[in-house]
Design a protein around this ligand. Structure first.
Ligand SMILES: Nc1ncnc2c1ncn2[C@@H]1O[C@H](COP(=O)(O)OP(=O)(O)O)[C@@H](O)[C@H]1O
Ligand SMILES: [Mg+2]
Length: 358
């Protein structure tokens, strides 16, 4: 009987099929002294592999006593999915400001919650590695993000979900007061890790709260990911505006080339709780509008200065959860932001910045 016919007597107990019909036999080689059978099993681990090997050896020995019988066992290789950072994140929006204290984090938090309430899947990354404030604004200072291992071995941080937003901040890993003393290289590598080694999952929008000004973190960001667009937060004050101009110029620099989606003017006027219809322009009037006109960018919104916004941030409850004029201001801003994003996405996608060193 030929070898192939003989092997039809060997049954795989689990598949309940002989090893020829089950396509386990890959090759049969025969020469003067040897018979070499190569088997390829279906699974990476097959508990019957060694029994089948022995059965083949015994059976062939009976019919071909003059030859050496070799049975080679092969198993399919494990297909490892390589980790791809941000593979399922559709839009990345950086929130920048010329200087600190203009309400960038407050605006970023309220935009994030407002977007989530509109049904978008949203993430918010606190990239202000020198002064992280997102944990406090969302009341998650005590949370410790889990770390899971991806199948290729990469360690991945799991963001914390609160008010419908996937959140992450360096402040969750180190004491926020210590973050202040971080040096450039440490801060930039921490940022890269928070971007690339985080299981952000499927997101319509990832907001990134940048540190104030223009520095290493900004450059690291545009080199690490393709930023869809940037939103600039300012107050109506002249000095704030001078700083903003620097910010816009940086993102519009041909080497960086990140579109500016618009400006949000924060603390546009003061409205006391007891006089909700009064507006006091304590930081100057319409600085944001003038700037928007001058630089040909959209003014996405004007947010009043109200005690509630500040208190909400301190308590860790973003304001848009409530019904109020201030919450309305954030919701209107979101509508304009989405319009601007939509327009932007009709154009060429952003490219990651490749910096060539001399
Ligand atoms: N529109 C606003 N009304 C009242 N307080 C505000 C407003 N925007 C920001 N604040 C407060 O101002 C302070 C600075 O805001 P923050 O968002 O931390 O600024 P940045 O991130 O630009 O440094 C915080 O205490 C915040 O609660
Ligand atoms: Mg901040």
């Amino acid at each position: 009987m030929n070898i192939q016919e003989l092997l039809k007597n060997i049954i795989h107990p689990e598949l309940k099929q002989n090893i020829i019909d089950a396509n386990i036999v890959q090759s049969i080689e025969e020469n003067d002294n040897n018979i070499i059978i190569t088997l390829l099993f279906k699974k990476q681990v097959d508990p019957f592999a060694n029994t089948i090997k022995r059965n083949i050896e015994e059976l062939l020995k009976k019919h071909h006593a003059d030859k050496n019988i070799h049975v080679k066992l092969q198993f399919p290789e494990k297909k490892v999915k390589q980790w791809q950072p941000l593979a399922d994140v559709k839009n990345i929006i950086a929130i920048a400001s010329g200087k600190g204290g203009v309400g960038k984090s407050t605006v970023a938090s309220n935009l994030a919650v407002s977007l989530a309430m509109n049904g978008y899947t949203v993430g918010l990354l606190d990239a202000d590695v020198y002064g992280p404030s997102i944990p406090k604004m969302f009341g998650i200072e005590k949370e410790k993000p889990e770390v899971n291992i991806h199948e290729d071995g990469t360690e991945l941080i799991k963001p914390i979900k609160k008010y419908g937003v996937e959140l992450l901040s360096i402040g969750l890993f180190v004491d926020p007061s210590q973050a202040l003393i971080w040096r450039g290289a440490m801060a930039t590598s921490a940022l890269k890790q928070l971007i690339e080694q985080t299981a952000w999952g499927k997101l319509d929008i990832l907001l990134i709260d940048l540190p104030p000004g223009t520095g290493d973190i900004h450059l690291t960001l545009v080199q690490t990911v393709a930023v869809t667009g940037v939103v600039i937060v300012t107050t109506p004050q002249e000095v704030a505006i001078a700083d903003v101009i620097k910010g816009i110029s940086m993102f519009r620099n041909p080497q960086i080339n990140v579109p500016v989606l618009g400006i949000i003017e924060n603390m546009s006027w003061f409205t006391p709780a007891e006089l909700p219809n009064n507006k006091y322009f304590i930081f100057g009037k319409d600085g944001g509008i003038r700037m928007a006109n001058e630089f040909n960018v959209r003014l996405l919104g004007q947010i009043p200065l109200v005690q509630e916004i500040c208190e909400a941030g301190d308590k860790g409850i973003p304001l848009v959860n409530k019904h109020s004029i201030e919450a309305e201001a954030f919701r209107n801003t979101v509508v304009h932001l989405l319009e601007s994003l939509n327009e932007r996405n009709k154009l060429e996608p952003t490219k990651k910045v490749e910096i060539k060193y001399k």
